[in-house]
Design a protein around this ligand. Structure first.
Ligand code: PEP
Length: 249
């Protein structure tokens, strides 16, 4: 049995004041069997860690370097994420890929660096609209995943999460239908099973892309959808909690 996971990606939003209110709102009355995780902007991670103390909600950073220290201005070391108490780190988000030029190989290097520090990567994958329309969804997603699997090797694949995020659905209000999501999630699991069936069984595959309070339950009722990676709706405590409750049903 895979425990559902709901992760909120706050992106570059918030202030210390709004983040305090958001965390208070999330913690108030949160009851779910799902694991709940938030990715605040890195400068607020310490504040969020303190606010979450004593709760079951976890936190992580939205990106990390594949390097551990040195002259890499503006980067966040996996060691720093670990030092702050992060358990999870988001990597390969489509905004990092499209706006900052991160390649599949860059993402794979980050994956390895994180696992080597005992952190759990949440690896984002997904196709653009033109790739989907060309029938290349699984070709793109398989390349993104296989690059990581090859670089990591079997010993680094004990614990990680995949987030399938069709790029055309992120922040657009367009959501994959539950059937479209299930189809890709099942293919991702089959791909993982080619490497190691038990890894495929235990690895959580989240859906992300305009998951909201009113469509989360249906998306997460699909057998291979193990939770969600939530952008916009994770900034509204009440909506995020509805999604967490739906995941823990
Ligand atoms: C995301 O950015 O990971 C995301 C899923 O965003 P949204 O929920 O806003 O589409």
């Amino acid at each position: 049995m895979r425990q559902p996971l709901v992760a909120g990606n706050w992106k570059m939003n918030g202030s210390s004041d709004s983040i305090r209110k958001l965390v208070d709102g999330i913690l108030s009355g949160l009851e779910t069997k799902a694991e709940v995780l938030v990715f605040p902007p890195s400068v607020y991670v310490q504040q969020v860690r303190d606010l979450l103390k004593g709760s079951a909600v976890k936190f992580g950073v939205q990106n990390a370097s594949d390097k551990l220290s040195g002259a890499y201005t503006g980067e966040i070391s996996p060691l720093m994420a670990k030092d702050l108490g992060c358990e999870y780190v988001l990597i390969g988000h489509s905004e990092r890929r499209s706006l900052y030029g991160e390649t599949d190989a860059d993402v794979a290097a980050k994956f390895c660096a994180l696992v080597d520090q005992g952190l759990v990567p949440v690896l984002c994958v997904g196709e653009t609209l033109s790739e989907r329309e060309a029938g290349d969804t699984m070709k793109v997603v398989a390349h993104q995943i296989n690059t990581v699997l090859r670089a990591a090797g079997p010993e680094r694949l004990a614990n990680y999460v995949i987030a399938y995020e069709p790029v055309w659905a992120i922040g657009t209000g367009l959501t994959a239908t539950p059937e479209q999501a299930q189809e890709v999630h099942a293919e991702i699991r089959a791909l993982l099973a080619e490497n190691d069936p038990s890894m495929a069984d235990r690895t959580r595959v989240l859906y992300g892309g305009s998951m909201k309070a009113d469509n989360a339950a249906e998306l997460m009722s699909q057998p291979d959808v193990d939770g969600g990676l939530i952008g916009g709706a994770s900034l509204v405590a009440a909506d995020f909690k509805v999604i967490c409750h739906a995941a823990g049903q």
